[in-house]
Design a protein around this ligand. Structure first.
Ligand code: PEP
Ligand code: MG
Length: 507
């Protein structure tokens, strides 16, 4: 699962799920039990007293103070009284008044809208007091919190718990939860689509440097990340990567612009794969040109004079996004480039945004690439579109066995400026296994039927004097990485946190 990474660290642990439908009590049961204004005042007071105890050095103190102002605002009490006068019971009155206060903030726009969630969290607290519901008890051993969102009050309580990482389904890298996590050094991945599939007690690896969350990882992945944690702790300077003398460029894989700075700090020599899906997934409408330019520019600005490879939207679903049309039926039809071909407006807008971002950061070497290309003709179409928009370096991912035939490869390599091998998909499609339902060990890439194709792609690209990179998970597996280097690959692209460990193993 991929989201926006916050921080630089890795966390390994068991999931503790905390979802609003389980714990948040906007359920206004007991609608007949009216405990009246006095009880409400007591509940407001109790919450206020709790907040007053928050340490003044806490990361959340400013928000907590603002929350106390809301609690003591005469307008809030007035609103509660109005709801009571209209016949609401005490919980409904509190709920109504807090929702009204939150709606006012939402209407004020982006920054205030974030505060609206804080106000709703506060309202929950008061309702919990009114209904005698106990606050949540956090596990007594280290855990990774999986939540919809975490408000400042809960964040403050969590500071005293054994939390080692945070996964949320909502929010963005600039949301309050993310800012608080960053400030307290807690590795987090926010806005993770599909995180609702994680259940209590699942083993997780949380890699905040690349925005990835691995659920029930296999021993190889666990070993790789445990080693990365050790290496990254030991090497006080994470610059180890910069000193390597390997005959390849070492790039970073990113899922969001929030990870760009971390990647640079880990010594990445550029970005080998910027997955842009996060901008699109879970949205009702396509992201605006402005949103896209902003996101791409953030990454480009972090890597002046270096290569940043941005991959256009790679859909991986049978259910298209509401703003996308389904492609024709056929093999791989609703994945990657074929899905985009059915939605040329979306593709054009993305390339246009990238071209604008390139103009904002002219020193960065922006390369654009198309995912899941299945024919040489598709490569030609993509490269022509990109070149027309002034994007001078356009390439494709090699991820299906159909394009790993000498004649097809030659045709592709004649038109593209580079290729990048997606070993995750190439492995699953070559071995005929579904990577979602039966995750493959990363070492499967070394099976002769897969490695043979990779070797052919690398040698063909070398003949055509075109850069050829590896950006699938196998690039971070030292044994496979060494083989790729021996075959003549020009770059390896991996999660930033795995870069130091990889260099250590390869040199
Ligand atoms: C791959 O398939 O190896 C790859 C890098 O793409 P993704 O994992 O995003 O499908
Ligand atoms: Mg892929």
């Amino acid at each position: 699962m991929v989201g926006a990474g916050v921080g630089t660290a890795i966390a390994i642990g068991r999931a503790f799920t905390y979802r609003s439908e389980t714990y948040v009590s906007w359920d206004l049961e007991g609608a007949g039990s009216n405990r009246g204004l006095l009880a409400i005042r007591e509940a407001l007071n109790e919450v206020d007293l709790e907040l007053a105890k928050v340490d003044s050095n806490s990361e959340t103190i400013d928000i907590i103070e603002a929350m106390r102002l809301v609690l003591n605002d005469p307008a809030l009490l007035l609103s509660i009284k109005e709801f009571l006068a209209d016949g609401a019971n005490s919980q409904r009155a509190v709920s109504g008044a807090f929702k009204q206060a939150a709606a006012t903030l939402t209407n004020l726009g982006e920054y205030f809208a974030e505060r609206a969630n804080d106000v709703l969290e506060l309202g929950n607290k008061v309702i919990n007091k009114l209904s005698g519901r106990k606050d949540i008890v956090w596990p007594e051993e280290p855990f990774i919190l999986v939540a919809d969102n975490v408000g400042p009050i809960e964040m403050n309580n969590l500071a005293k718990s054994q939390i080692v990482g945070l996964v949320t389904s909502s929010g963005s890298a600039t949301s309050h939860t993310a800012i608080l996590a960053r400030a307290s050094g807690l590795p987090a991945v926010v806005s993770v689509l599909g995180s609702d599939l994680i259940t209590n007690g699942n083993q997780l690896i949380l890699d905040s440097s690349s925005g990835q969350v691995f659920v029930e990882p296999d021993e190889v992945e666990l070993g790789q990340y445990r080693q990365a944690m050790e290496v990254n702790l030991q090497t006080k300077s994470l610059r180890i990567v910069k000193q390597h003398d390997l005959p390849v460029q070492l790039y970073a894989n990113l899922g969001s612009s929030s990870e760009a700075q971390t990647a640079r700090e880990f010594g990445a020599q550029g970005v080998g794969l910027f997955r842009t899906e996060l901008l699109f997934l879970g949205e009702k409408t396509a992201p605006s040109l402005e949103q896209q330019v902003l996101e791409y520019s953030r990454v480009l600005a972090e890597f002046p004079d270096q290569v940043v490879i941005v991959r256009v939207l790679d859909l991986d679903t049978d259910k298209p996004l509401p703003f996308l049309k389904l492609a024709e039926k056929g093999k791989y039809a609703n994945r990657g480039f074929q899905a985009l071909l059915a939605n040329p407006v979306v593709l054009e807008a993305q390339l246009m945004a990238l071209s604008m971002a390139q103009r904002i950061s002219p020193k960065t070497k922006l390369w654009v690439m198309a995912p899941m290309v299945t024919t040489a003709e598709q490569a030609r179409v993509f490269v022509a579109m990109a070149h027309e928009l002034g994007l001078v370096n356009a390439g494709v991912m090699i991820e299906v066995p159909e394009v790993c035939q000498k004649d097809v490869l030659n045709e592709i390599l004649e038109v593209v400026d580079f290729v990048s091998i997606g070993t995750n998909d190439l492995t699953q499609y070559t071995l005929g296994q579904d990577r979602l339902t039966s995750p493959l060990p990363v070492s499967d890439v070394r099976k002769p039927e897969v490695m043979g194709l990779i070797e052919l792609v690398i040698s063909s690209a070398t003949e055509h004097m075109k850069p050829v990179g590896i950006c699938g998970e196998a690039a971070s597996d030292p044994e496979s990485a060494q083989l790729f280097i021996d075959y003549g690959v020009t770059s390896l692209s991996v999660s930033p946190a795995l870069l130091p460990g990889l260099v250590e193993k390869l040199t």
